[in-house]
Ligand binder design. Structure first.
Ligand SMILES: *[C@@H]1O[C@H](CO)[C@@H](O)[C@H](O)[C@H]1NC(C)=O
Length: 298
């Protein structure tokens, strides 16, 4: 008896003979099934898993926590820190002014629930007045409707506010209440600064240093957030504050935009001038969070 001839004798040479396949073909076939299996398992792991917050099931690629934690060795956090990774992708849109773009910052459901909360409470938006200005002679500068809503009133706003605090590392207590705004066709906000220059507005108790805009809707046409002085452009004094020029950010539902109105040395960044281009088609909804350099206790 040479070698084993029992059922167990499934050696490679037999298979090769039986199937009239060469060794290279077998290796190719094996590689094929290995890769197919690999991609199939990757695909299934991408299929969404409902999350406990009741938010829209999202791809695990976007849903940071579990996926990320397997790739990082977390440290023990301090008592006020997190014991998990927060993954918030962003794109630097500009350094002058400092502006960051956060794709998919909020889910569609979160956006819709904020709109539903705000819609019945909208009033015409107002602007801060300089000496000599009145509600009448500033008409047309800001034509949207809006309402201030505190995060303590709503769990979606509370969640978003927490996420903004993580993204900026500016504590929640520095933020004003959310200003939820609606711009209909033709409505706009002429270019302005969010920080109040004491030379124009008088001494300030605190200053708006950063602004976070969460776009709650897509806009078919128009409604961009514009930074006409980006990188020092158009600053020769000829700029007309309603002109929609410079760096333009197209609103996309769920995306966030953060920019700083002040330099690190706490002076106002002249390039942080910005405005909302008129909506041409569709409706623009945005939730704005102004963040101040002092705690907000009112
Ligand atoms: C503050 O910082 C900006 C930008 O770096 C700079 O241009 C400006 O001169 C500084 N102002 C003061 C008063 O230090």
């Amino acid at each position: 008896m040479k070698g084993k001839t029992g059922k167990g004798n499934w050696n490679l040479s037999l298979i090769l003979k039986a199937n009239k396949l060469g060794l290279p073909s077998v290796i190719l076939l094996c590689s094929f099934f290995f890769l197919a299996g690999f991609y199939a398992s990757t695909f299934f792991s991408l299929v969404s898993v409902p999350d406990s917050s009741g938010a829209r099931p999202r791809s695990r690629l976007l849903d940071s926590v579990n996926e990320e934690e397997s790739h990082y060795n977390l440290l023990n956090s301090g008592e006020t820190g997190d014991d998990s990774i927060t993954s918030i992708p962003f794109q630097v849109l500009s350094w002058r002014p400092r502006a960051l773009y956060f794709p998919n910052f909020a889910t569609a459901e979160q956006c819709e629930s904020i709109i539903k909360l705000a819609e019945p409470r909208l009033r015409p938006s107002t602007v801060a007045l300089r000496p000599g200005e009145t509600a009448d002679n500033t008409q047309g500068i800001r034509t949207s409707s809006g309402v201030f809503i505190s995060a303590s009133e709503d769990k979606t706003l509370d969640f978003i506010e927490g996420k903004i605090a993580r993204a900026t590392m500016l504590p929640r207590i520095h933020g004003e209440a959310f200003n939820i705004l609606r711009y209909e066709i033709g409505q706009l906000y002429k270019s302005h600064y969010d920080a109040f220059n004491p030379a124009e507005y008088g001494p300030q108790k605190s200053q708006r240093m950063a602004s976070f805009l969460l776009y709650l809707s897509d806009v078919d046409k128009g409604g961009e957030t514009m930074f006409p002085f980006e990188n020092g452009l158009n600053m020769d004094g000829s700029y007309d504050f309603k002109d929609c020029i410079g760096l333009k950010v197209k609103p996309r539902k769920g995306d966030g935009l953060l920019f700083y109105s002040m330099f690190p040395n706490a002076t106002i960044d002249p390039m942080s001038l910005h405005g909302s281009c008129p909506v041409i088609k569709g409706v623009k909804w945005v939730a704005t969070k102004w963040i101040r350099d002092e705690e907000q206790n009112d």
